[in-house]
Design a protein around this ligand. Structure first.
Ligand code: HPA
Length: 256
């Protein structure tokens, strides 16, 4: 089964024909909200708002473990996530969409693994943090929706909730980050620990601090306007992705 985790600017899917809402309890506490089951053009999908349906949870307070556990426990095999980001690379200006293929994790103090306490020490392979089949699904869906999307990128994940300083952005740039967000980690790693196919679609809502139109600071009202327009495109891509996932053979609907 397919799930969508919506981030900032995506707390519901207007084209989702809702069939059920389910509250799932997990050994790790409560997820960000109930799971919303529904159909888009006859394909079944589960939606979860990462920050809660009223967008009340900041990035460092999201219970990533409970969210991924809840999805796994109801039979989800693939997660298509959505992340709002700031652009670092010149081609990641406001409004640009990308399907990142790499991650650098700068977060701290988050519950980032299921392998703790009595669990045997386990090192998951994370060379490629996103499932390539899920990434290709996103790219094919964008093509079908006729919406341009960058085919790769490195997403630096900061702790938040504050935005970065100029110097931090320069460091992220030197490290090779092409965009900055606050939530793909530990989400992607936890999905891998649970053997879920996971990829994200990133929407740039601003130039990162100190760059381009943010050279004198990030103008949040402008960023919100970009987010609103961009999320309409994200919804179109998701609708295609749900349909295409539903048409895949069963053995391709999970981690490759
Ligand atoms: N930095 C980190 N996360 C973000 C940004 C940013 O500039 N914009 C949207 N999410």
């Amino acid at each position: 089964m397919l799930a969508i985790i919506g981030g900032t600017g995506l707390t519901n899917l207007p084209n989702l024909e809702i069939t059920k809402k389910e509250v799932v309890r997990t050994p790790y506490g409560d997820p960000s909200g109930y799971l919303t089951y529904g159909r888009i053009d006859n394909s079944i999908v589960i939606f979860l708002a990462r920050h809660g349906y009223g967008h009340t949870l900041p990035p460092h307070e999201v219970n990533y473990r409970a969210n991924i556990w809840a999805l796994k426990s109801v039979g989800v095999t693939r997660v298509l996530a959505v992340n709002a980001v700031g652009g670092v690379a010149p081609d990641m200006g406001p409004g640009v969409l990308a399907v990142p293929d790499q991650v650098i994790d700068y977060t701290y103090g988050r519950k980032h693994t299921y392998f703790e306490a009595d669990a045997p020490v386990t090192h998951i392979d994370f060379t490629d943090p996103y499932c390539n089949r899920a990434r290709l699904l996103y790219l094919a869906a964008a093509k079908a929706a006729d919406i341009p999307v960058l085919e790769c990128g490195t997403l630096g994940v900061t702790q938040g909730p504050r935005l970065e300083t100029r110097a931090e952005v320069m460091r992220l740039h030197r490290d090779g980050c092409t965009m900055i967000g606050m939530t793909t980690m530990p989400e992607a790693a936890l999905a891998r620990e649970q053997q879920l196919s996971y990829a994200t679609l990133a929407l740039s809502m601003n130039h990162a601090a100190g760059l381009g139109s943010s050279s004198d600071g990030i103008k949040l009202a402008d960023a919100d306007a970009v987010l609103k327009v961009g999320m309409e495109k994200v919804k179109q891509i998701l609708a295609k992705a749900v349909e295409m996932h539903g048409a895949m053979p069963a053995d391709q609907r999970g981690l490759n």
